[in-house]
Design a protein around this ligand. Structure first.
Ligand SMILES: CN1CCN(C(=O)c2nonc2N)CC1
Length: 246
């Protein structure tokens, strides 16, 4: 997958190109990430990318010209068939379904704004979709762009080794993840659940599914309302309800 990230702080993206699953995806060629800096497309001595807002008010606004020139370069780098996304609190909040849909795109251009935002005429004419990673205000779009890339790259076939699976990721099946444990069996007086020590894989699968359902019911019940439950999941939820203290 080819991604072009537009940012005045391109070095920030080393956090995903140089580490972890996304870093391995880059080194193994599953992901090509180009970083494009709007300052490259400025022509004044100060390489100006921002200016004061019309109508007054605090802060600065990113100028249309350098950002649009960066988008042109980014689309070319990605190979023409690119979905242009601007990371912004005004966008649709990213969820796993959107991540899976984005992973199917041939290429992505991710526009990370700074300051108070980007001249609206860029959004109107060059941006296909605005996406938010949550209802809070960040200092720029770069971390949001990296969150999106990290989630999307996990969906690319071959990126997660055989020992991991995007399908079993929490949220991948619409449920919160089950608890995880590793050695030692006892830590500060707290033991690993016996079921996980026994080696009965079917019993372990069922226990993990029940734990996921219970956690989702307690912490994010709205996820259950949106999800079609299998017969087994319905049975396990009934067990959970019967076991709940009055
Ligand atoms: C101009 N800049 C303002 C702050 N910002 C965000 O808060 C944000 N981006 O994506 N999800 C978010 N929440 C990015 C863009």
């Amino acid at each position: 997958m080819r991604v072009a990230a537009i940012s005045i702080f391109p070095e920030m993206f080393r956090a995903i190109t140089d580490y972890g699953v996304s870093g391995r995806a880059v080194s193994e060629g599953h992901l090509v990430l180009d970083c494009i800096n709007p300052r490259t497309f400025t022509h004044d001595r100060h390489r100006t990318v921002d200016d004061r807002p019309y109508g007054g008010g605090p802060g600065m606004v990113m100028k249309a010209e350098p950002v649009e020139a960066a988008i042109d370069e980014a689309v070319e780098r990605v190979g023409g068939e690119a979905k242009v996304i601007c990371l912004s609190p005004q966008g649709r909040v990213l969820d796993q379904a959107m991540v899976e849909s984005l992973a199917a795109e041939p290429g992505l251009v991710l526009l990370s704004g700074r300051y108070e935002g980007i001249d609206e005429r860029v959004l109107e004419s060059r941006v296909d979709e605005e996406i938010s990673i949550g209802d809070y205000v960040l200092s720029g779009g770069e971390l949001a762009a990296m969150v999106l890339v990290d989630a999307v790259v996990r969906q690319i076939p071959g990126v997660l080794g055989h020992s991991q699976s995007a399908v079993e990721d929490s949220f991948a099946d619409g449920l919160l993840d089950c608890p995880h444990y590793t050695r030692p069996e006892e830590h500060r007086g707290s033991r690993v659940p016996e079921v996980l020590l026994g080696g009965d894989h079917e019993r372990i699968r069922r226990w993990r599914l029940k734990q996921s359902l219970q956690r989702t019911l307690i912490r994010r019940p709205e996820l259950l309302r949106e999800r079609e439950l299998t017969a087994e999941e319905q049975r396990l939820l009934a067990e959970i309800e019967n076991e709940r203290p009055d």
